[in-house]
Write a protein that binds this ligand. Sequence first.
Ligand code: PLP
Length: 375
Amino acid sequence: MQFIDLPAQYRRLKRDIDRAVLKTIGAGQFILGANVAELESRIAKLAGTAHSVGLNSGTDALFLTLKALDIGRGDEVITTPFSFVATGEMVAQTGATPVFADINPKTYTIEPSQIRRAITKRTKAVIPVHLYGQMADMRSIMQIAKRHRLAVIEDAAQALGARQAGAGGANGRWRAAGSIGHAGCFSFFPTKNLGACGDGGMITTNDGVLAERIRLLRNHGSRKKYHHEFLGYSSRLDELQAAILLVKLPHLKNWNSARANIAANYTAQLRNIPTLATPVRAPGNTHIFHQYTVRTPRRDALRAYLERRGVPTSVHYPLPIHLQPSFRYLKLTSGAFPESERASREALSLPIYPEIPSRDIVRVVKTIREFFSRS
Ligand SMILES: *Cc1c(COP(=O)(O)O)cnc(C)c1O
């Protein structure tokens, strides 16, 4: 059994992917051509934003958005310690200080009341993370941001296609991840729900000025060849990756609903195990299940038991960002963010991907039930 099977996805799309790749190579335009432009307009349409800019990773999407907002030394940015490291790391790389706010233990996303407590005169932005494929409480976050004039950057790397009802003040209307804050950051890392054959990322925004700044930042501050308006970077999504993503994008909706079906199946069959909690979807949220993550205080024993029986699992994430050696300089210690720390000890992600064989799901469930009935 595999935790994820990327070749299985490729086999189903092989003809179309091969054709798109060869066509791109034959055309000889590899950087900033028609594929990237087309993908940008399709992702903007999907997210429901006016603009989108293709970048070389989700990490750079976060970094360049912060740079474009002029965030740096002396500023503070509030984010969750329970995320992939890039979220806090890019704040730090701008020179700003990452200030963490603990998570809601049910949804694993940043808790708005904790954001409020973390705000100071130096706070410039908030980065909620739509973890595992479910959006953070954007309605509360946008209210707080408005009151304190903070930028909101959605880390939507795990949530392309996720939606939330009534967020952003638009009562009853569904809004997509990446369209509510000032910018949304997406990743096409191969294991994400829309994955490239290499690195890739994108930002979405309704702010044309912000989009244009990021567009220049990704390309050495240049609008016109060999003319550089400000210091930039080299962070373009490349044409080959865009060609592959354009083949995959029309399947995303089906893939996301396949994930939701697998998740519903897991949840139905893992019900009623006293010390095991299945994922909780907050009211008004869709969940695209980038990961299907259960929690139990006996996580490590369960994980070892499953592994011995050939059931692969993963832990997202075993060490919260504030306790990473790279963040030692912040002098944050164990106990600072108890819910994030507890989640890092209890969370366990089960295999979930659209092509997963149903016999695998049966075996995952059976082995988990066996573990809990034995002890
Ligand atoms: C994957 C991911 C990133 C980074 O994206 P890359 O494309 O790998 O740089 C950032 N934040 C979260 C929450 C992620 O899952």
